[in-house]
Every structure is written in C-alpha cells, then in structure tokens.
Design a protein around this ligand. Structure first.
Ligand SMILES: Nc1ncnc2c1ncn2[C@@H]1O[C@H](COP(=O)(O)OP(=O)(O)OP(=O)(O)O)[C@@H](O)[C@H]1O
Length: 551
C-alpha cells in the first residue's frame, strides 16, 4: 500500500518563473530534452487535483499535458507524442523545456534617458546594444550621480558593473557632459579620476573591456588596466603616456605601482571595490588598506589643518553578497552612504545588523539574515539540483548530466587546481571538449582558455574558485559543483555564473552520500529548494528519494 500511496503524484508545472517567457507552441521540438515538467505528490486520498498541487489561482497552460495512472505508474503525456512512463513508485520525471533566450527579465520600466546620463554616453549605450537599464542600474545611477557613496548589492548577473560605470562615465572622462566646462583641478592636471579594484585579473580585464566598449575606439586609452600577471613596466609607461582617467586593477598591482610613486590618485573622485566582501578579506588586507588611505586623499588635507578622516572621493562598494561587516566599514568611510538594491535605495544609517538584506555571516549560518541575503544574491529563476555519486564516478556523472540537460556551455567547479587536469583528461577521453582553468595557468593560458570557452570551442570549463566571482559568460547554461563549495556564499557565486541577466541556467551539485547533510544545510541557508536528481536514460529525473534523504 505504501507503494501505491507514493505513486500518487501528478506531473505539472510548479516552478513558475522559468516558464514566464516560454511559448508553448506545438511541435515536437518544443519538447526538448530539457523541457521541464515538475512533479507533485498528490494528496494521500489519491485524487489528483489542481488544488492538491497548491498551484495558485491561474493554472498554467501546458499544452495538452496530463497525467495518466497506469499499473503502478504514471504516464505523462505532454501532448507532443513524447510519452514517458514514470518508472516506479519512487520516481517522477522532470523534463526541462528549452527556454526562450531570456526567461526572467530583470529590466526596469525606466529607460537610460530617464537616468540623467549625458547624450554621448547614451549614444555609446545605443551603439553597444544596451537599450533598457536593469533594475539595479535604475536604482544606482541616480543615487551615485547625486553624489552618494553607495553599497550596491544585487544578485549575480544583474548588471552591477554598468550600475557603477554609467554614473562614473557621466561625470568624468570624454563622455561626460561637463568635462569641458567644469574641469576639476585634478582633471586639468590629467590625473586619474576613477579607480576600480577587482579581486582577480580576469574580472579586472572584464571590467576594462566594458569601459572600453563604452568609451569607443577613439577614447579607449582613457582606461588603463593594472592587473597582476601583466607586464608592470608597460603598465607604468602607459600611465605616463596615455594619462588615463580611469584605472582598473587588482589590489596587489595597484599597491605595487602606488608604492613606487607612479600612480597619482590623490585627486581621484571615484573608488570602486568590486566584489567588496572578497576584497576586504584577509588576503587583500594590506593592499586594500593602502588604496583606501591614498585614493582621493590629499596629504595633510583638512581645511583647518586637522587630519582629514574623510576622503574627497565617492566610494562605491559592490557585490552580490554583502555581509554586515561591509556595511559597517562603508558607514565609517563614507559620506551619507546608501544601500542600493534592485528597485530600492536605503540610507545606510538605517540598516541594522539584523536586517535580512545584509546580515551575512557564513559562520552563523542559521541566522535569518544570511538566508535572506543569499537568496537575493541569486537569480530567482535559477534551478538547483543535487545528485549523489561515488568519488570515482563523478566525472561520468558530470558527463551524463551534460547530456541529460543538453547543456552547451558548462562550468564545472572543483576545489583544488591539481585535480582539474585529471577531470579534463577523462572528459576528453569520452569525447567532450573541455579545458582546465586555474591560477597557475599563466596569463596567456587563462585568456586563451576563456576565449575558447566563450566562443564555444570548449564545452566544459573545469575550474576552481578563481572563476567563481564575476566571470561573465552569457552562454553558460549549466554549473556543476563536482566538489562542494565551502559555504553558501561560495555556492552563490559559483551558481551565479549561469543564468546571467535572466537567461536560463541550472546548477547541479554532485556530492557523495556522506556529504548530503552539507547540501541540505546550504539548501536551508539559501532558502531555496535543491531537488534530488538522477540521470536515467539520458534524462534528468527527480525522485522521491529526496524526501527520504532530506527529512
Ligand atoms: N542594461 C543592460 N542591457 C543588456 N545587457 C546588460 C545590461 N546591463 C548589463 N548587461 C550585461 O549583463 C551581463 C552581466 O552583467 P554584470 O557582469 O555587470 O553582472 P553582475 O551583477 O556584476 O554579476 P556578478 O555579481 O556575477 O559579477 C554582462 O554581459 C553585461 O554586459
């Protein structure tokens, strides 16, 4: 009887957001392997009703989808001639529907024109195909233009880079409206006007390219990269020769050049710390301290000869994960700072440690604050699965996962760089184009791999934490954790490499049986459902075993 009770489920839609933009036209191709049918266990009395599925008032259109009870199993008829028998009383079939390009748009109702940007910048945005600002851009741009220091917190892939670049470029450099008429002293002396700091070379270069795009070919030398691993002499020469208005770099290299007196940032008007929670970690402490001490501060400043504690600059702190320590730091460094989240600008003084949006402390994982913060760090429509695999079968599980989801561009995360080569070797041996990426690869190696991954030559990028933050590959449709991240914050950044800007994405965490409790803990911290899945006959299948394991 237990068996028959557990077989009572219905295949239906539940996770709504991913379907928002999917058009259910006829044709077998619409029901791609990735089509998703989500399953629900019906009430114990066995009746399969919409009410029993807790599906809100508006049932979604699902073609001619229906569930039929057979002998000890259900058959899901998707109305497209694809019929998949649920294998036994413990299984529910989940099919992923191939989604439209952008499944959960995060664009605001405003236009770039409404944000008070200069015409030349609007022209650049148009030229580069940016037509509508995202929510966080709409909120951040006016606040920064007004002169506020800001902490920008919004989920991965929501466009935070432009959220701080646009107000900066509207104030300084060749695209700024006022650049001719009201030049500041430092501008007249052709000093650096804005400094953007990022924790990795890749992220730094990505930001440089974003600035270059907006500046256009004529003015692209107005931005200079100062990332580690690149030739320092050349960077110093470029600083001298091009007199850039903006520098983008990693903390170590910026501090190095600053120490030998070749970086003049006292007149800097903007300082951005991108991935601020990482930059304020122990690893970067000394260099960041130096940057904060020097950028935008004139020596001996203070009109009455007193030591001027406040810098004469706007400080912008950015991350998808913002712990309260960052808020506390921002309060002490900044002038009338605000917290900018999508659609929301809050004075930082009113933000309390207990506020759900910012209290992020991985060690106190059960705290409400962290749960909330991490939720906001992830795109809402992103799907999270986990499966169990023995250590020696993980690569095979990865391969079956890629096939089952028909993923085109995959990032597989591990924890140690020495294991990556082995995974790549095994994947290649099974005919799957893949490459490793890690810090020891060297600058050229890393950029070559990244380029190949972006243009589709490499299907699976096997990497470590290096790629977890900031990396923007729009095509990435699957993230696989081949090894568990250290905590929910690291999970959030890894997961955020997919579903960029509302595109579709899936995250699958492959764990060993003894690690399931860690996955369940992260699930709880994130406040998101992690569905237990298996890969059967080339399909992703969610089974009820989940219940047995979780609860
Ligand atoms: N208004 C827009 N219209 C179209 N594309 C945009 C817009 N804003 C940003 N993008 C693009 O969206 C992608 C993601 O943006 P970005 O890297 O700034 O996200 P993010 O929020 O900083 O993510 P993460 O937290 O992972 O670093 C980029 O490719 C960027 O060019």
């Amino acid at each position: 009887m237990a068996a028959s009770a557990s077989t009572r489920f219905l295949v239906l839609l539940k996770e709504f957001s991913a379907f928002r933009k999917i058009s259910w036209t006829s044709g077998a191709t619409n029901f791609h392997r990735q089509s998703r049918l989500l399953c629900h266990v019906a009430k114990e009395d066995g009746s399969l009703t919409l009410a029993s599925l807790d599906l809100g008032k508006k049932p979604r259109k699902f073609g001619r989808s229906k569930a039929t009870k057979l002998e000890g199993s259900y058959v899901t008829d998707m109305g497209q001639g694809k019929v998949r028998a649920v294998k036994n009383d413990k299984m529910k079939v989940v099919r992923e529907k191939k989604p439209a390009e952008i499944v959960s748009p995060l664009f605001s109702a405003k236009s770039f024109e409404e944000l008070g940007l200069p015409d030349s910048l609007l022209d650049s945005l148009e030229r580069e195909g940016f037509s509508v600002p995202t929510d966080v851009q709409s909120a951040a741009v006016p606040a920064i233009i007004k002169g506020h220091d800001a902490v920008i917190q919004s989920y991965t892939g929501s466009g935070k880079t432009l959220a701080y670049l646009l107000p900066i470029l509207s104030e300084i450099g060749p695209l700024a409206e006022t650049s001719r008429s009201s030049q500041s002293e430092s501008e007249k002396r052709a000093e650096i006007q804005a400094m953007i700091v990022a924790p990795s070379r890749e992220l730094g270069m990505q930001i440089v390219r974003e600035v270059e795009k907006l500046l256009g070919p004529v003015h692209r030398r107005m931005v200079q990269q100062l990332v580690g691993g690149a030739n320092r002499m050349r960077q110093e020469e470029a600083l001298k020769k091009n007199k850039p208005a903006i520098v983008v770099g990693t903390p170590g290299r910026i501090a190095e050049i600053s120490k030998c007196g070749k970086l003049h940032t006292h007149g800097c008007r903007f300082l951005v710390l991108d991935e601020v929670d990482e930059l304020l970690s122990f690893n970067f402490r000394e260099d960041i301290h130096r940057i904060l001490e020097h950028v935008g501060k004139r020596s001996g400043a203070g009109p009455k000869g007193e030591v001027d504690e406040r810098a004469n600059r706007q400080t912008i702190l950015v991350s998808a994960t913002v712990p309260f320590s960052v808020i506390r730091a921002a309060k002490s460094w900044s002038h009338e700072p605000v917290l900018v989240q999508a659609n929301k600008v809050t004075p930082l003084d009113t933000v309390q440690p207990s506020a759900p949006a910012i209290s992020l402390t991985p060690t106190t994982s059960e705290a409400n604050g962290q749960i909330q913060t991490t939720i906001q760090s992830l795109p809402p429509a992103l799907k999270h699965y986990y499966c169990i695999s023995k250590h020696q079968h993980k690569v095979d599980t990865l391969r079956r996962c890629v096939h089952a989801l028909d993923a085109q561009s995959v990032i597989a995360f591990m924890n140690h760089s020495r294991q990556l080569k082995d995974v790549v070797y095994k994947l290649e041996a099974r005919g799957m184009n893949s490459a490793e990426m890690h810090g020891d690869l060297g600058k050229l190696g890393r950029s070559t791999v990244l380029k190949k991954f972006k243009n589709g030559e490499i299907k699976v990028l096997v990497t470590n934490e290096l790629s977890a933050r900031g990396l923007d590959v729009a095509e990435c449709d699957l993230v696989v954790n081949l090894e568990l991240p250290t905590d929910a914050v690291h999970y959030a950044h890894r997961a955020g490499r997919t579903e960029r800007l509302g595109r579709k994405g899936t995250v699958v965490t492959v764990c060993e049986e003894s690690q399931v409790f860690i996955v369940k803990k992260m699930e709880k911290q994130l406040g998101l459902p992690f569905l237990y899945c298996e890969f059967v006959d080339g399909e992703l299948v969610v089974t009820e075993e989940d219940k047995a394991i979780i609860r």
